[in-house]
Design a protein around this ligand. Structure first.
Ligand SMILES: Cc1ncc(COP(=O)(O)O)c(C=O)c1O
Length: 379
């Protein structure tokens, strides 16, 4: 059987990974500054994570959400304790798109309304409502276009107010730092304006933390930089360090009712144990603080680059913005210097999304390689 050909693939086959280093089948090592789309939070195959998963596999890996699941409860307790959102309620699922799909659905259930506001350059996933809220018509099939989504620019308070005044919108979905879009961020005053207008007009504020969550921005959640209180918080990526797990945090003022949301696999024993191990490592290694400190280090290294290269983002969710498109630069970094980086919708942005416990030496290695690669491309 052939694989359905939807991914352009590098000719690299990783077989082993440890911390921030990936080794391919030929024994070539690569520095992973991308974490497979911002997924690797605590480093590849962290020993605590690997042994927790092995231990859980020997006990029970799956049963459905029809029974009591103590691992799920332990996960919720730990997440509450270290996220700053202890009073929220947790619904578990399997991916970022699914977390957003459930958030949008719940916003619509709660408000009784069907329109949604999203932002230009947003990315919220590839399922139906999530992809409709994604500012990329190329990945929306005709069936997805039935959703009524209004795309606004960050900071456009006037259009936001005009739309919400119609009282027809169930919610506003926003990334506190746009990942796929290219690391743009709303201001705190705009975030607060969204919060105020949502409250006034019966819409729910959905903070998409799928990429920004779990310490990546230097706070546990990205919205925490802005002092707002979202109604719904979808999350995934760094949550499982590669094990498929997603979730939705629901503000305490909303009560669930049986059958409203559901999933077969979501919140299974193995996924929760993976998630729990991630939280334990984030806590014991102080990774939220480390991400913030490493941002400072990266900023200090920027001084060694030409002044027209700008750093965007926060924590270890960063993008280097160049005065030219970065496709060839990324190839040079990958094939000549063996460093994985990421692209963005903004073709001039090179994304770096390393594990939160990346070492300073790895950052040094990246900057040296980058300077060499820029020289090579110039000559
Ligand atoms: C902000 C954001 N939301 C949602 C998603 C979708 O997540 P998934 O690919 O797990 O469905 C992504 C993926 O890149 C994302 O960056």
């Amino acid at each position: 059987m052939k694989l359905f050909d939807v991914y352009p693939l590098y000719d690299i086959s990783p077989v082993v990974a440890k911390g921030s280093v990936i080794t391919d089948e030929k024994g070539q090592e690569y520095l992973d500054l991308y974490g497979g789309h911002a997924v690797i939070s605590i480093g590849h195959n962290h020993p605590h994570y690997s042994s927790a998963l092995k231990d859980q596999l020997d006990k029970i890996s799956f049963y459905s959400n029809a029974v009591q699941n103590p691992v799920q409860k332990a996960y919720a307790k730990k997440l509450g304790a270290i996220s700053g959102c202890d009073d929220y309620q947790l619904f578990l699922c399997n991916s970022g798109a699914e977390a957003n799909e459930n958030a949008i659905k719940l916003a619509s259930f709660i408000s009784g309304k069907s329109k949604l506001i999203a932002f230009r350059n947003s990315f919220h996933g590839r399922t139906s409502a999530a992809v409709a809220a994604t500012d990329n018509p190329a990945i929306q099939a005709p069936i997805n276009r039935g959703h009524e989504v209004l795309f606004l620019d960050f900071e456009d308070e006037k259009s936001l107010e005009t739309a919400l005044q119609t009282e027809a919108y169930c919610g506003v979905i926003i990334e506190s730092i746009q990942g796929v879009g290219g690391l743009d961020q709303p201001s705190t005053s705009f975030f607060k304006c969204i919060e105020r207008l949502c409250h006034k007009h019966g819409a729910l504020l959905i903070a998409d933390e799928v990429q920004t969550g779990f310490g990546r921005s230097g706070h546990f959640f990205g919205f925490q930089h802005h002092g707002v209180v979202p109604d719904l918080i979808p999350m995934a990526k760094g949550m499982g360090n590669g094990f498929p797990i997603g979730g939705l945090l629901v503000h305490p003022k909303y009560k669930g009712n049986h059958g409203q949301l559901g999933t077969t696999f979501g919140g299974n024993h193995l996924a929760c144990r993976a998630g729990l191990a991630v939280l334990e490592v984030i806590e014991t290694e102080g990774l939220v603080k480390k991400a913030a400190e490493m941002e400072t280090y990266v900023r200090s290294k920027m001084a060694s680059l030409p002044a027209d290269i700008r750093l965007k983002g926060r924590g270890l969710m960063l993008g280097l913005s160049f005065p030219f498109e970065v496709g060839n630069l990324r190839k040079e970094l990958l094939y000549s210097h063996h460093i994985f980086t990421g692209a963005a919708k903004d073709k001039k942005v090179l994304r770096i999304l390393p594990a939160l416990n990346i070492e300073k030496e790895h950052i040094d290695q990246f900057f040296e390689a980058l300077k060499e690669a820029l020289k090579t491309l110039k000559s």
